[in-house]
Design a protein. Structure first.
Length: 206
């Protein structure tokens, strides 16, 4: 495969075609655009008020990916939520907007939205009985950019308070023009997170 210069892993300078095996190797080595770099992983095994990511490497990544696995709330019928920090202080004011659409296995559907709220909902009406856990992910855009707002898209899959499967997908915005330096996962009513694994990644640019 021909290259310009002396950096064979520089995707921008490549003048040839990559084979599938070469792409897989570049992804594995973290040289391919869209590759994920694990920034931090946090495992919760007992009641915790929040999960904070305060070293998000914002100057390196303009897109972040959050993965939540087997997350469980300590109090029944609650929402996991997202907040952001500026200058090391998490914003708890009504500086967020959100919109989420949900589908339930019992045939129900709903739209939940707010243009003036103090957090972005990640799940809705999640139960906390045995095996009532949730999984999902969120993408964050422009966190470090102080000249634009920070956006979030998300999708989660849970068991709701009535024991039915529930899918949530939606988005939100931190409605401030500021450089975000932290991400917080918490419960919307201030109760505790019981358990779960939270992984934050940076998405590599080409």
């Amino acid at each position: 495969m021909p290259y310009l210069g002396t950096q064979p892993n520089n995707v921008k300078q490549n003048t040839g075609l990559y084979t599938p095996s070469e792409i897989l190797q570049l992804e594995k080595d973290g040289h391919w655009g869209g590759s994920l770099e694990l920034i931090e992983s946090q495992t919760i095994s007992s009641n915790t008020a929040q999960v904070d990511f305060t070293n998000i490497k914002g100057a390196k990544y303009d897109v972040h990916f959050l993965q939540a696995h087997n997350i469980k709330n300590a109090t029944d019928d609650q929402q996991f939520a997202i907040r952001m920090s500026v200058g090391g202080t998490f914003d708890t004011d009504n500086d967020y907007q959100r919109a989420i659409f949900t589908l339930s296995a019992d045939g129900g559907s709903d739209e939940s939205r707010d243009s003036n709220i103090n957090q972005i909902f990640f799940t809705l009406n999640q139960g906390n009985a045995t095996n009532e856990k949730g999984n999902g992910y969120a993408y964050f855009y422009n966190l470090h950019n102080s000249s634009t707002k920070s956006f979030v898209t998300l999708q989660t899959t849970t068991i709701n308070v009535n024991g039915f499967y529930k899918q949530n997908y939606g988005a939100g915005v931190y409605d401030q023009t500021a450089s975000v330096d932290g991400i917080r996962i918490c419960m919307s009513n201030g109760s505790n997170i019981a358990s779960g694994v939270f992984n934050l990644y940076g998405v590599k640019q080409i």
